[in-house]
Design a protein around this ligand. Sequence first.
Ligand code: ATP
Ligand code: MG
Length: 448
Amino acid sequence: MAVNIKRPNGTMDVVPGEAYKWHTVESVVRENAEQFGFREIRIPTFEETGLFVRSVGDTTDVVQKEMYTVSSTGDKTYTLRPEGTAGVIRATLENGILNEGLPQKVFYMLSCFRHEKAQKGRLREFHQFGCEMFGSPDPVADADVISLAHSVIDRLGLKNIVLNINSIGCPECRAKYRSALRAFFEPHRDELCETCRERLEKNPLRLLDCKSAEDQAIAKDAPLITEFLCEDCSVHFEGVKKYLGLMGIDYVVNPRIVRGLDYYTRTVFEFITSDIGSQAAVCAGGRYDNLVESLGGKPTPALGFGMGLERIILTMESQGLDFMEEKTCDLYLAPMGPAALDKAIELAAVMRSEGFFVEYDLVGRGLKAQMKYADKIGAKYVIVIGDSELETGNARLKNMATGEQIDIALDSTLCDRFSASYYETLLAADDELRGFVETLTGGGDTDK
Ligand code: ATP
Ligand code: MG
């Protein structure tokens, strides 16, 4: 019987020819996060369900509709993480990281699982780069976290991405705002979608987040949170704006951003692109000053963001941006016959241990087919090893780009000889690099 098993709806395969795109994003993320003083944290893929219910919030879409929950043999249920923050806080507390002095700054790259309607830029398994900063209530921390996301986006070369910021205040401001929203939406109750009628009771802020066009039209005239901020929250928000200004980061204040997760307080933000259709937020986050305490820690102000890596890559593709080049083979060894293969195996082992990318024939191809293969994989150099090469211990090193050939000994000097030729070729192809190397080695003009 033919097996016809396909990947689950809403998941993705990253085939080898595409992985370099991920490497590009991952390396920029890692480098930037470290430059900002964030250290990597890794956490389990699943956690006790209660962790997400408590932190993300039991009236949110994520908890109500999107979690992948499994029960185990005991009485516990576990859920595949729908986001990173809850697990990171759990791990931070469990490992006493907040006792090591504040602030603590961590980042992560991980997969998240949400049972959503799968579409472009909206998957059931997706990947986030996220960061969390613990221990600073100061608006400078908000600006610093936002500037990390900004810097990753900038370093990747992304354009047309608008930073939207808002403050949703503290629980006191929000209680007043909630009543005002209820009063506003109540007369429209019958026109609202079913989910929003429920939201009206349980969590009216969420009404502003509804994706239905009719509900959005009603929400257009709803009161804005900005009118309900208390003095402290207003001052805090002004601070965030001031520091973003100092950093030269452009933003728009968008009082309609309330975010889909319950734990936020004060600053919330989204980086939005218009280039990948309706799944437009490439990064979103905010402050959550009460969450650490509600998960059993000491009261600790904190904030963070999650950046959707699939959406970042989609945007880069749609903007035609460059990705890091895929590594290609430095040297292909083409043996003719079993004795030559033995030699190739030995040489490849030495070259690989010196850090070169080396391949040799694994399928017993003839010389012509091997040369074709070397060309196809983009090998920079080829050495053919036949009977006469074995006999003399010398071979020809062929530069595949220029056709140039030099004699090379098939012994312990091969590595050095190859390196010399290899770097010479790199320099020849790059005047700027040559100038730089000459300056370093004192061979060129220096203006001391
Ligand atoms: P959206 O409004 O698009 O549903 P969200 O508010 O649910 O996003 P967050 O929980 O804040 O998103 O997650 C942070 C980021 O993770 C989002 O800005 C987005 O880039 C990405 N993201 C969220 N859900 C998905 C998904 N299902 N598929 C791909 N990326 C996602
Ligand atoms: Mg969502």
